[in-house]
Design a binder for this molecule. Structure first.
Ligand code: PFF
Length: 467
C-alpha cells in the first residue's frame, strides 16, 4: 500500500461534478424499474412509508459514512478499511462489497439489456395498437428467449467497460449533467399522462393510502434492501466515489442532496406507473416486467408517444449506465489497487467475469428455467404453494436484502466504533470549517440506532427472529 502515489489518483472536478456522479450512481434502474415492482409486490403505500423512513434514518447516515471512509482513506473499499484500521479484519467488509458488486452488476446488465430491446421496439413502433395482454406477452416472449436478451446484455456491459476505461470525469460526468435533467422532465410528462388516465385514482390510492396489514417481516426487509439498492450504499460504491471527492466538498450536503434526488425520482416513477397499472388492469405484483408492460401502454395512448418512448428508454439506459459504471468501478479499483492488475486489463477482466454470471441471470426464464426454488414469506404464499424464484430473483434478493444491509451494518459500526472520532469529525466538518451541530446525532445514529435497526430488520426478515 505504501507504494500508491496519491498525487496521480483521479478526482472529481467540481461540486456539481460530485453530485452528478453520486446521483448518477444512485439514480438508475433501481428507481424506475425496481422500486415500482417491489412496492407493487409489497402492498404499495405502507411499503413506501417504511421505505422513506429507512432512507432518512438509515440510508442517509450510511451514505455519509461511506463518503467519510472513502475521502479519509483515498482508496478502494478493501484498501480503505485496511488503511484506516490496520491489522484488523475490517477489510473483509471491503471484500464483501466486491462480491456484492459482481452479483448486482450481473442482474443489472440483464435489465439494462431489456431497456435496450425496448429502445429498438420503440424505434420500430412495436407498441402501437397492442392491448395490455399483448404487451405482457411481448415482454415475456422476449425475456424467455435466448439470443436477443444476451446480445443486449453484452452490448450494455461493453458500453459500461468503455466508459470506465475512458475515465469518469470527461465522459459520463459531462453527459449526465445534461441528460439526467431531461430524464426528470420526461418522467414528469409521463406522470401527467398517467394520472389523467381514466381510473387513475386507484393507482394513486395504492401508492399513497397505506394499508399496514399488507406489511410482513419480509416486506420490511424488502424496503430496507430497496433503500440500500437505490442509494447505492452498503457495498463500497460510495466509498470508492468518496475517495475521488475533493477535500473542500461538504459531505453532509452532498449526501442529503443525492438522497433527496434519488427519492424524488423513485416517487415520480411510482406516480407514473401505478395509475397506469390500475387503468390498464395489470397486477401491481407482476414482478420485474412491470415497467416494460405499463409504460408502453401509456406511450401508445399519448400523442407523439413513439418519440417519447424512444427518448424515455434511451434516457433510462443512460441512467443505468451512470449506475453500472459505479458498480464496475468498485471491482476495477480493487483489482488495480490491491491485486496490482493494470487498469485496462482489470476493466476487461472484471467485465468478462461479471458478464459470465450475468448471462446465467438473463437465461433464468429461458434455458435455465428449471433452476429455481420456491419461497414462502407469508401464510398466503404457503397456501398458494409459494413464490417461484429463478437465478435472477435469487441474485437480486441476495444482493439487496443480504449483502447490502450486512455491508451497511459493518460500515456504520466501523465509523461509529472503529474509526478515530477526530478523523470522522474532520471529514464531516472539513477540519472545523463547517459548524456541525448535527454531528452528535449522526454519531448516535451510526453507533447505536442504525446498527440495531439494520440487525433487527435483517434477522426478522430472514426469519431468525420473530416479532
Ligand atoms: N443505485 C442504482 C440504482 O438505483 O439503479 C443501483 C446500484 C448502483 C446499486 C450501485 C448498488 C450500487 F453500488
Amino acid at each position: 500500500m505504501a507504494n500508491i502515489d496519491f498525487s496521480k489518483r483521479d478526482s472529481f472536478g467540481s461540486k456539481f461534478g460530485v453530485i452528478a456522479a453520486a446521483a448518477g450512481s444512485a439514480i438508475g434502474l433501481g428507481n424506475i424499474w425496481r422500486f415500482p415492482y417491489v412496492a407493487g409486490e409489497n402492498g404499495g403505500a405502507a411499503f413506501l412509508l417504511v421505505y422513506l423512513f429507512f432512507i432518512l434514518v438509515i440510508g442517509l447516515p450510511v451514505m455519509l459514512s461511506e463518503f467519510t471512509i472513502g475521502r479519509r482513506a483515498r482508496l478502494n473499499p478493501f484498501g480503505a478499511f485496511k488503511k484506516l484500521s490496520p491489522g484488523k479484519p475490517w477489510y473483509l467488509v471491503g471484500f464483501m462489497g466486491v462480491v456484492a458488486a459482481f452479483v448486482i452488476l450481473a442482474f443489472y446488465g440483464t435489465v439494462a439489456g431489456w431497456t435496450l430491446e425496448y429502445i429498438a421496439n420503440a424505434l420500430t413502433n412495436s407498441f402501437e395498437g397492442k392491448s395490455a395482454t399483448q404487451l405482457e406477452t411481448m415482454f415475456s416472449d422476449f425475456k424467455d428467449s435466448t439470443f436477443r436478451p444476451i446480445m443486449w446484455q453484452l452490448i450494455f456491459m461493453v458500453l459500461t467497460a468503455f466508459i470506465v476505461l475512458a475515465g469518469v470525469k470527461n465522459g459520463i460526468e459531462k453527459y449526465t449533467k445534461i441528460l439526467m435533467p431531461i430524464l426528470l422532465v420526461l418522467i414528469i410528462v409521463l406522470c401527467i399522462r398517467s394520472v389523467t388516465l381514466p381510473g387513475a385514482s386507484k393507482g394513486l390510492e395504492f401508492l399513497f393510502n397505506p394499508d399496514f396489514s399488507k406489511l410482513n417481516a419480509n416486506s420490511i426487509l424488502e424496503a430496507l434492501g430497496q433503500a440500500f439498492f437505490s442509494l447505492s450504499i452498503g457495498m463500497g460504491t460510495l466509498i470508492t466515489y468518496g475517495s475521488y471527492i475533493p477535500k473542500s466538498n461538504n459531505l453532509s450536503n452532498t449526501a442529503l442532496q443525492v438522497s433527496l434526488a434519488d427519492t424524488l425520482i423513485a416517487i415520480l416513477a411510482g406516480i407514473a406507473i401505478f395509475p397506469a397499472v390500475f387503468a390498464f388492469d395489470i397486477a401491481p405484483g407482476s414482478g420485474p416486467g412491470l415497467v416494460y408492460i405499463t409504460l408502453p401502454n401509456i406511450f401508445q395512448q399519448m400523442p407523439g408517444g413513439s418519440i417519447f418512448a424512444v427518448m424515455f428508454f434511451l434516457l433510462l439506459t443512460v441512467a443505468a449506465l451512470t449506475s453500472s459504471i459505479s458498480v464496475l468501478e468498485v471491482v476495477v479499483a480493487y483489482f488495480s489497487e490491491e491485486l496490482k492488475i493494470k487498469r485496462k486489463s482489470a476493466t476487461w477482466l472484471a467485465t468478462g467475469l461479471i458478464t459470465a454470471i450475468g448471462v446465467l441471470c438473463t437465461m433464468s426464464w429461458g434455458v435455465l428455467k428449471d433452476v429455481s426454488f420456491t419461497f414462502s414469506a407469508t401464510e398466503t404464499d404457503m397456501a398458494t404453494g409459494g413464490e417461484k424464484m429463478y437465478i435472477f430473483d435469487i441474485l437480486d434478493f441476495a444482493a439487496s436484502n443480504v449483502f447490502l444491509p450486512l455491508g451497511g451494518l459493518f460500515i456504520v459500526l466501523f465509523v461509529g466504533w472503529a474509526m478515530h472520532r477526530k478523523n470522522v469529525h474532520n471529514e464531516i466538518s472539513n477540519a472545523g470549517k463547517f459548524r456541525t451541530i448535527l454531528l452528535p446525532i449522526f454519531m448516535f445514529i451510526v453507533k447505536i440506532i442504525a446498527p440495531i435497526a439494520i440487525a433487527l430488520v435483517f434477522l426478522n426478515g430472514i426469519g431468525l427472529l420473530n416479532f
